[in-house]
Design a protein around this ligand. Structure first.
Ligand code: ZN
Length: 181
C-alpha cells in the first residue's frame, strides 16, 4: 500500500517562532488526546507522534488499517521546507500576476535559492514580465513553502473544522497540501 500524507503548512511563520509553535501545537493535540506527547518511530525517516485515543474526533473518514500501520504518526517540521505532493504529476506553476503556466521556464534555481536563503528567489514571468518570489506562484497540485508545518501520515480525511481549530492555535492562516508516495 502506498503512503498518503497531508501537510499543514504555515507559510508566514517567522523561522524564529517555529520551535515555540511546535511546542504549542503538540501540547494542544496531546491534551485533546489526538496525538501522543512522546516521540516514537511512526513516520518515514524521522520520529513523530502516534495517534492517541481521540484521534477519530478530527477525522471524517480514516484510512483502512490506520491504527495497525507502522506509518501513522504526525511529524512536526520546524525548518524551512517545500511541502509538496512528492513531485509526481506537477501540472502547473502559474504566475501570480497573469496566471500563465510557467512550468517550462527556469524556476528551479529560484526555488533552490529560497530554500538555501542565499540569493534571490524571484522569477520573472515570460508572459507579463512581472517578478515574484517562487513561493507566490500557484502550483498545481498545491505546494506549500514555510518554516513550520505538520505532516499527518496515512490518517485519512479530516473534518474541516480541524484546520480552522489549528489556525486559531497557531494564529495564522494554514495551507493544506495532499501527497502520496
Ligand atoms: Zn505573468
Amino acid at each position: 500500500m502506498s503512503d498518503h500524507y497531508i501537510s499543514i503548512v504555515s507559510e508566514k511563520t517567522n523561522p524564529r517562532d517555529s520551535q515555540e509553535l511546535a511546542e504549542r501545537i503538540v501540547s494542544y493535540l496531546a491534551e485533546k488526546k489526538i496525538i501522543q506527547k512522546e516521540l516514537s518511530d511512526c513516520v518515514l525517516g524521522s520520529t513523530g507522534h502516534k495517534p492517541a485515543e481521540n484521534f477519530g474526533s478530527v477525522l471524517e473518514k480514516q484510512y483502512e488499517g490506520f491504527l495497525d500501520s507502522k506509518v501513522n504518526g504526525v511529524e512536526i517540521i520546524t525548518e524551512r521546507r517545500v511541502f509538496h505532493n512528492s513531485g509526481n504529476g506537477l501540472e502547473g506553476v502559474h504566475c501570480p500576476n497573469c496566471g500563465q503556466n510557467q512550468i517550462e521556464e527556469d524556476w528551479g534555481n529560484a526555488l533552490d535559492n529560497w530554500y538555501e536563503k542565499l540569493k534571490s528567489d524571484l522569477v520573472k514571468c515570460s508572459n507579463c514580465s512581472s517578478e515574484n518570489s517562487i513561493t507566490k506562484f500557484n502550483f498545481e497540485p498545491n505546494w506549500g513553502f514555510g518554516d513550520f508545518g505538520l505532516i499527518f501520515w496515512n490518517w485519512g480525511k479530516f473534518k474541516s473544522h480541524f484546520f480552522t481549530d489549528l489556525e486559531k492555535i497557531i494564529g495564522m492562516e494554514l495551507k493544506v497540501v495532499y501527497g502520496k508516495l
